[in-house]
Ligand binder design. Sequence first.
Ligand code: GLN
Length: 257
Amino acid sequence: MKKALVLMMTLLMAVMMVAGCGGGEKKKAEAPKVLRVGTEPTFAPFEFQKEGSKEFDGFDMDLIRAIGKQLNMKVEILNMGFDALIPALNAGNIDVAAAGMSITPDRQKAVDMSDPYYVSGLVVVVNKDNEAVKNVNDLGNKGIAVQIGTTGAERAAKVPGAKVKNFNTNAEVFLELKNKGVDAVIIDKPVAEYFLATGGGKDYAKIVGDTMEAESYGLSLKKNSPLTKDINKALLDLKKNGEYDKLYSKWFGAVKK
Ligand code: GLN
């Protein structure tokens, strides 16, 4: 009886040692998985590159890095055109798009969109000396600059007779307004506000009218991606543990609940 017990204990210890060693080696060899994130970085304060820097800064960038940490994944950020993000997801070239992308029924058909993480809306921006345009209804037959593939571009396309100019970046959109190549810009409110407050916009531009339709931003993933539920879980965890609020107040001041 005693012998059998000793034998069993020895065996058990041997098994545990082997299992322990194996596990240790496996852990060492397993590098964290990479989360390939696509963005279009002319959308401050959500995603931008400081002058002369290749670093990606902004609320979305902080948020996706925090999500990466939560999922134990290494975040790699890739710079691409806004209208290239959904094709890149579908082609499997990126795993997630973090680009202030509004959740719309059309996009939800093309890709998975996460739970909303920010409430936004569109506004009209004109030159400071423009007294004729008071809101979107005054834009008929006028020139409007927008970023290609955005909800702002969709809204502009609905303005009767408008001459819509599409640009790849928002830097070009605002420059076109400055050069008076157009009468107005249609863009997301928080981005317009940030541009007026810190991006040099206050010298020549102003917001007119009310915020148009409300929009919510979501992260997007390939249709039926197994990562979508993990991203939603991570987002929820960050909201619960206060990390989301910290990032929100870092970029937007007071925390909106
Ligand atoms: N929120 C807008 C959209 O989804 C604009 C996004 C952007 O320009 N990055 O179309």
